[in-house]
Write a new protein. Structure first.
Length: 424
């Protein structure tokens, strides 16, 4: 069986296969090398070449930012000057500088919490190999004649206590203790606390300290504005000899900020108090709502002082995924060769696992199927030439198979963007 080029000149099938491989490799060679963040399977949004890692709801930062900046601006513009004048002080610049600095500090904490990798665990390209079955669930082993699938849980020991860790089928790994898969970001996060919509990011091992600093600083700032606004209203009542409602009419911004800062201090202050309790007992929000350690022993609790030291005085671990690392070429000559000779991937993985390793390039899968069919044609043709069967028998048994293979190749060629035609 021979193919024809665009000028209707016959081409051997092996030359056609080589030309296809060359075209694919040339196209991929002309492309720029991608980095890890450009092919990341999670729902994260990256900025500055993968240096900043945000969650998919990063737009919520605009709302959170406005809730911080607007009241701070109103306080500096309308309240701070009145407080200084009414109390007969002349340090208005100091008060303004302190308010602006504290606001900037909170904004920096907000962006550091939202733009940092919370502790994402990179995905595996293959399921883990089960070398040791001693820590696998006994009930699962009893139902398995042989190990054909990865068990859903595995036993690990934490501070002398045996706990079960779950297998994540999305990331193809056993989650470490205190790790959970965030359905919003689509990542497994180490020491997962919760996904915070206000910062648009998961809160985990690498940004929990920053998150607590942001929440507690926002609480202090809300109380700061609340106290100074109340002081401003008291001075107005004293100067103008009026009641509360009259003072609020004279300075309506003070009344608005009092209500706003009171609600903010109540909400953010309650959140701060809750996380103080979690830190002292070495829990996460996820664990507190899911496991309820009140009724059983918390294996992660190592004492009040060590719990606090673990959060505030420990070194932040480095990010496990290197988002700025360069990916390998989508299709390399070695991969093309291994595919053309018929090598398969792991039997537990379908051929679509090539998308995970090579960036999800569909053309590579089509090229592989095309080359396999061409190799089958060459094998069948050689058997026709060397076999002792009559010609009509060959057509009955082999020609029909060739015709079916040719139709598949024609469909693949049309989908792959080729216009080759074949003769019988």
């Amino acid at each position: 069986m021979k193919g024809e080029d665009y000028n209707h000149n016959p081409l051997p099938s092996n030359e056609l296969s080589d030309s296809n491989n060359g075209d694919i490799i040339a196209k991929n060679a002309g492309k720029k090398t991608k980095r890890v963040y450009q092919a990341w399977k999670g729902n994260n949004i990256f900025f500055f070449g993968g240096r900043l890692v945000f969650g998919p709801d990063v737009r919520s930062l605009l709302l959170t930012l406005s809730l911080i900046v607007i009241p701070a601006f109103l306080f500096c513009a309308f309240i701070s000057q009145r407080v200084v004048v009414d109390n007969k002080h002349h340090r208005i610049n100091t008060l303004l500088a302190a308010s602006a600095t504290f606001t900037a500090y909170i904004i920096v904490l907000l962006f550091l919490t939202s733009g940092r990798d919370p502790g994402i665990i990179p995905r595996n390209a293959h399921p883990p190999e089960l070398e040791d079955s001693s820590n696998l669930p006994s009930d699962w082993l009893a139902n398995q004649g042989y190990i054909s699938n990865v068990p859903p849980t595995k036993d690990v020991v934490v501070n002398g206590t045996v706990i079960k860790v779950k297998y994540c089928r999305t990331c193809m790994l056993y989650r470490p203790p205190r790790c959970s898969h965030c359905s919003i970001c689509n990542n497994c996060v180490e020491r997962f606390d919760h996904h915070c919509p206000w910062v648009g990011q998961c809160i985990g091992k690498r940004n929990y300290r920053l998150f607590f600093m942001f929440v507690s600083s926002t609480t202090i700032f809300s109380l700061y504005i609340l106290v100074l606004c109340c002081l401003s209203i008291r001075n107005i009542m004293k100067v103008y000899q009026c009641n509360l409602w009259k003072a609020l009419e004279i300075s309506p911004v003070s009344g608005i900020l009092i209500v706003y800062s009171f609600i903010g201090a109540w909400f953010v202050g309650g959140l701060t108090s809750f996380h103080v309790y979690l830190i002292c007992t070495n829990q996460t929000t996820y664990e507190n709502f899911r496991y309820r350690y009140d009724s059983k022993t918390n294996p992660h609790n190592i004492g009040l002082i060590r719990n606090v030291r673990q959060i505030f005085f420990s070194t932040t671990p480095r990010s496990k995924p290197n988002f700025r690392a360069k990916l390998k070429d989508d299709i390399s000559p070695a991969v093309t060769t291994s595919l053309s000779v018929g090598h398969r991937l792991s039997p537990e993985l379908p051929m679509t696992s090539l998308d995970i390793e090579m960036g999800g390039k569909r053309q590579s899968v089509v090229a592989e199927d095309l080359e396999d069919m061409q190799n089958q044609i060459e094998t069948v043709t050689s058997l026709e030439r060397c076999g002792p069967q009559p010609r009509n028998a060959n057509w009955d048994h082999k020609g029909l198979g060739n015709w079916e293979i040719m139709s598949d190749i024609a469909a693949l060629s049309a989908e792959f963007g080729m216009e080759n035609r074949f003769n019988r």
